[in-house]
Structure formats: C-alpha cells, structure tokens
Design a protein around this ligand. Sequence first.
Ligand code: 5GP
Length: 193
Amino acid sequence: MKTLQERIQQDGEVLSSQVLKVDAFLNHQVDPVLTMDIGQAFAQRFQGETITKVLTIEASGIHFAMATALALRVPFVYAKKKKAVTQEAVYSVPVHSFTRQETYQISVSQKYLSPDDQILIVDDFLATGAALLGLVELIQQAGARLVGVGAVIEKSFQPGRSLLEQAGVRVESLARIAEMSPGQITFIEEAEE
Ligand code: 5GP
C-alpha cells in the first residue's frame, strides 16, 4: 500500500534494526483517514472470501479491526490481555510479547467465537508472529475457520510470516519491510492493488 509506505518513510522512526516506532500515526496518535484506508485495503485483499468476523488483540489492533470490519459490514472482536471480571467462559492462550518482553494470557469469551465463524485476523505488526499465532490458536480452540491474517506492517526479516505460512495461513501485509536501520527503510515492493 503506497500511501502507507510513504507515511512510514516520512513519520516512522527506526529505533534499531529490529524496532520501528510508528506512534505518530499508527499506534499512539492515530491518523483516522489512513486507518480507514487500511480497513478498505484489507477488505479488498480478502475480496471473494466469506468473512463473518474480524479478530484482533488489544490495544494496537483495535482501530484496524474496526476499520476492516466496517468495510466488510461484520462485527469485530478483540482478544483481551487481562481477564475481566465480567468475562465468563473463555478461550485462552499464553503469548510472549516481543516489544514488552513479557508473557501474558490472551482470551476471548466463548460467546463471541463459534464453529460457524469464518475469521479474518488483523493486527498492526507482524514480527515474531507470537501474537498472531496466539490468535490462530484461539480460533482453533473455538473450532472456527481461519480465512487469513492481515498485518498493517510486516517486518519480513523476522520469522512471523514463515511461521504462519508453515501453519497453512494466508498472510496479507500492507507494508513489508525487507530491512531497516536508523534513517533507512527498505520495502519489499509488490504489485499495487
Ligand atoms: P509479534 O508477536 O509478531 O512479535 O509482535 C506482536 C506485537 O508486538 C505487535 O502487534 C506490535 O504491537 C508489537 N511490535 C512488534 N514489532 C514492533 C515494532 O517494530 N514496533 C512497534 N511499535 N511494535 C512492534
């Protein structure tokens, strides 16, 4: 997605060869126009698929799931990182966070994922794949069908994409970073949709 790549070049900050800061427009301060365009782009990539629900994880995936779900006219659900007192029976799995260096238990109420669901997962980053593989496992626990995964930014030099593909998951990323260093970001160029 050209506009996204340009925005990353313009406002992204490479903190190290592994970590990209995008909190000026993506995951702290948020550009709503770009966010809605991202939702449309995911809906377009998965055109022709039956999708009954979009799934993400709090907090940075929520606005992208919202934008995608709106484009698809389906509900979205976000996995919680802490179990709420109001939550009843849940599907749950431990996930190790790359950025925070901690492990937490993500969960979704069993009421909101069912074997009839055909699910598109959406998240801000695909890095080690831990978060998205956790969401894939929640879907398996529910007996629902996974349609695919949409990542806003993929750091293609990290193992996430291959782990998901090895698990038979279709991955669509809107900006794929081949390599980066402070002041320099190189994208994997793809035919523009
Ligand atoms: P993964 O589980 O694929 O390693 O990454 C999961 C989460 O870590 C992403 O959803 C994102 O919130 C965060 N993350 C991973 N890499 C980066 C990065 O380079 N920059 C930022 N800002 N967050 C990242």
